[in-house]
Design a protein around this ligand. Structure first.
Ligand code: F6R
Ligand code: ZN
Length: 195
């Protein structure tokens, strides 16, 4: 782990940071129960366990005062009519905010609170998104053929609660909008996504 202040470059073209510490890959199998069209999900999985998104992290102590940061890359594609997306999570310390800065691509952040509020904000290059404390968040690539690339930063002691979303899903889904760029629809399986 670095013990002195540091900088890192984000090479144009890939935005894969120089000297990252950790590379995470998430595939179709990691999204079991999350896509609405389960037939399309199974048919796709039969072909290949497609890579949906990747995260490049810098290692920092997971304590208050530190800021965890890295790059998230969601690849383009759909399962049925639903776009490739991240698992999404609440932070274990619910009262935790997070900043995302979009570097490339077109997408949205789907967000919701335990109290039932929801929001969908567009991500496009040069836009900064503040995810308020208490809001679960999932990034979705609504682009045709380009990666959705964001830089993220959040408090070191935040932790992640993936279980709530794995069990319930998000209240809103982002699907192909036909003539529109995308559509936001109610998740008919909200409450029992993993069954
Ligand atoms: C960290 C954060 C992002 C995500 C990344 C992948 O708190 O929000 O770094 O971790 O975009 O998404 P998940 O973690 O939902 O698989
Ligand atoms: Zn987060």
């Amino acid at each position: 782990m670095r013990t002195e202040p540091y900088t890192f470059g984000l090479p144009s073209g890939t935005f894969i940071p120089e000297n990252y510490d950790n590379h995470i890959e998430r595939r179709l199998t990691d999204m079991k129960g999350q896509y609405l069209d389960q037939d399309a999900y199974r048919a796709m999985l039969d072909q290949k366990d497609t890579l949906l998104y990747e995260v490049y992290e810098f290692k920092r102590p997971e304590v208050a005062g530190e800021l965890l940061h890295g790059i998230s890359i969601v690849h383009p594609g759909k399962v049925g009519s639903e776009y490739f997306m991240t698992k999404g999570h609440f932070h274990s310390v619910l009262e935790t905010g997070e900043i995302y800065y979009c570097l490339q691509g077109q997408g949205v952040m789907v967000m919701e609170t335990p109290e039932g509020e929801w929001a969908v904000e567009e991500l496009r290059p040069g836009r900064v998104l503040y995810v308020l404390p208490r809001w679960a968040h999932r990034s979705v690539n609504t682009g045709q053929d380009e990666d959705l690339i964001t830089f993220f930063v959040y408090p070191g002691d935040a932790g992640h609660d993936y279980g709530t979303i794995e069990q319930k899903g998000f209240r809103k889904l982002i699907v192909d909008g036909g003539d529109e760029a995308f559509s936001v629809i109610d998740n008919p399986r909200w409450g029992n996504a993993d069954s």
